[in-house]
Design a protein around this ligand. Structure first.
Ligand SMILES: [Ca+2]
Length: 620
């Protein structure tokens, strides 16, 4: 019964009709390259029984309290029956047991000691739980954590996080070493709020269940109306359009007309220099949500929409078409798109820096941060990456462009469940049930969840007369700082909450949600309102209905090992040929050489691995 339910929900997920998503400044910094190879020797039959594993996870019972927990319950120091506070007598608890230690991968922007953060104070007030925070710098965190786990010494009681997007890989890698506590029993018996959310979304259960059938830590879910399921917007400078007397383009031909007009118009930004760039791209882009590479946005106009996102890079250039995994970059549409971009290049419409593979050399690091507008057309994740407000306000989203054989845009092979195993409890923790209750507390109240994730009331939120918490904005819709020390949403966020442990935000928490189960606790995240609107102008809703993403199914260790061997090479081949074609043109010989190189590199194996994994997840 449960298996059938799962299978049907998987089918729904694969049709990409679910509203899903998450994403924010922290997510934007994610550099996860998808699942990584692990050295763990999980038997392949485990992975072949993924659904059984999920079923086991969803029904597994908890192993019971630790001796210390039983003692503390008996002494009246803690209560684990779901009532607050969890720790009834924090002073006596600390005197007897010390604080629960919590490793935090910290951000350099956080100036406040973690324990002094406003949300930590709020959590303590509500739950009596006060952690011994052990922050480590984000830079070098992976190495440090790996050393710590490999030695098994000086482990914290809990890892709040592991650095962006890596939690699932890490806990799976150490799954057979008795380092992390299995959590499915805790979820089932001590976390009614988290359990209810997971049970309502069985794909979430699937995404947090390791190949061995257990879950570790707790998920980070940030639904935002599917924000991360399509790239950030393709933008055009409306001020420049007005100057050259053009409308916002709706077709590829009009798009090219605008670029040419930008090139011919002279000093559009009025700084007396010939520094205008009609269009900038980052052709070797590895960004999390597929926002910076204009080539892949446009292949749909020539007959085959693509998909790429650094957040799930092993699935790059793949889509599900008629229930089959298809490698899009072998399609003739890519050749036509390359010929199109070569024409643009020959006309001098593409910024020369677009071909640098290194992110630090990309326009996103430099020319969209200048105090004058420099580029006519570019893609970005959030519009807030344009730091000068006057420059920012000149750009509008381009509607989905119609080309000779289809439309622009693509669906990311991503999920709204961004991290499967944050707040991971280690086997050295004496109070796993306290941690479980604490995570369940954060997930139980929408306002607590929202402020835990995005920042405290008095920092990033203010409660309005209707009891809805919103980010205060000025008349122009710009962020209004509530604390002199923190002038941006991001700074106020990281200096009022540790964020990005195991928080769960659902679409129905937003006051403009249209479902019948609307909670309406908070305004939609301030910094994503414009992003979502721009994405919708780019055709987000149509794209989500039209295309099917490759689902983030769990892979066996063998499959992951093979993907790690071949997939990066295949992606490099695609990027390398595209660079060459744009700058020097496409010939029959180079196209055939490209197809040959892809085959030699193992592209058919990638397709077959994904097809096998997708079929396995779909079968009853
Ligand atoms: Ca100029």
């Amino acid at each position: 019964m449960k298996k059938k339910l799962l299978a049907s929900l998987l089918t729904i997920a694969m049709s990409a009709s679910v509203i899903a998503g998450c994403g924010n400044q922290a997510a934007n910094q994610a550099t996860d390259q998808g699942a990584e190879t692990t050295t763990e020797s999980a038997p392949s039959e485990n992975a072949e029984k993924l659904e059984e594993a999920v079923e086991t996870a969803t029904s597994a019972a908890d192993a019971g309290l630790t001796p210390e927990e039983q003692e503390a319950v008996d002494a009246g120091l803690i209560q684990l029956d779901g009532t607050l506070p969890i720790i009834k007598d924090p002073a006596a608890f600390e005197e007897k047991y010390g604080k629960i230690s919590m490793l935090l991968v910290n951000t350099a922007d956080r100036l406040v000691e973690p324990g002094e953060l406003e949300m930590c104070k709020k959590w303590f007030e509500d739950t009596g739980v006060e952690f011994d925070w052990q922050p480590i710098p984000g830079e070098g965190a992976q190495e440090k954590i790996n050393l710590m786990l490999a030695s098994g010494q000086d482990l914290p009681d809990v890892f709040w996080n592991f650095g962006d997007g890596k939690s699932g890989n890490i806990v799976v890698q150490y799954a057979d070493q008795d380092i992390f506590v299995e959590t499915e029993g805790l979820i089932n018996e001590y976390m009614p709020n988290v359990k209810a959310i997971l049970d309502e979304h069985p794909t979430y259960w699937m995404e947090i269940t390791a190949p061995n059938g257990h879950t570790y830590g707790f998920p980070y879910i940030e639904e935002m109306y599917g924000l991360v399921l399509t790239p950030g917007p393709l933008l055009i400078n409306k001020n420049w359009l007005d100057q050259v007397g053009k409308e916002v383009p709706t077709t590829v031909d009009e798009f090219v007309d605008c670029l040419k007009a930008f090139k011919d118009a002279g000093d559009l930004n009025g700084n007396g220099e010939a520094d205008e760039i009609p269009m900038a791209s980052w052709f070797g882009a590895t960004d999390t949500f597929g926002s910076y590479n204009i080539f892949y946005r446009l292949t749909g106009c020539f007959g085959q929409a693509d998909s790429y996102c650094g957040g799930n890079a092993y699935a790059d250039h793949m889509r599900i078409i008629d229930d089959k995994v298809v490698f899009t970059a072998q399609d003739e549409a890519f050749r036509k798109t390359a010929e199109f971009f070569n024409e643009l290049y020959n006309e001098g419409l593409i910024w020369e820096g677009s071909f640098e593979a290194d992110e630090s050399a990309s326009y996103k690091q430099s020319i969209i941060k200048e105090d004058v507008a420099r580029i006519g057309v570019f893609g970005t994740w959030t519009d807030q990456e344009i730091t000068n407000l006057d420059v920012h306000d000149q750009y509008v989203a381009i509607p989905r462009l119609t080309g000779e054989a289809g439309k622009s845009g693509f669906l990311n092979n991503f999920s709204q469940l961004q991290d499967s195993s944050n707040t991971a409890i280690t086997t050295s923790c004496k109070f796993p049930h306290v941690v479980a209750r604490f995570v369940d507390y954060m997930a139980g109240d929408p306002k607590v969840a929202v402020t835990s994730n995005w920042g405290a009331i008095g920092y990033n939120y203010k409660e309005d007369a209707d009891g809805v918490i919103r980010t205060p904005l000025d008349a122009d819709g710009h962020y209004m700082p509530q604390q002199d020390a923190y002038q941006t949403f991001g700074d106020a966020r990281v200096n009022s909450t540790p964020c990005r442990g195991s928080m769960i935000i659902l679409d129905k928490y937003y006051d403009d949600y249209e479902g019948s189960d609307k909670v309406g606790a908070a305004g939609y995240a301030f910094d994503a309102v414009q992003l979502l609107e721009n994405q919708r102008t780019n055709g987000k809703d149509e794209i989500m209905a039209e295309y099917t993403a490759v689902p983030r199914v769990l892979m066996t260790t063998d499959e992951l090992t093979r993907l790690a061997q071949i997939q990066p090479t295949v992606s490099d081949i695609v990027d390398r040929y595209i660079n060459t074609w744009i700058t020097t043109g496409v010939t029959d010989d180079s196209w055939n050489a490209y197809l040959g190189e892809l085959e030699s590199a193992g592209v058919n194996d990638i397709v077959s691995i994904y097809q096998t994994a997708v079929d396995r997840s779909k079968k009853n």
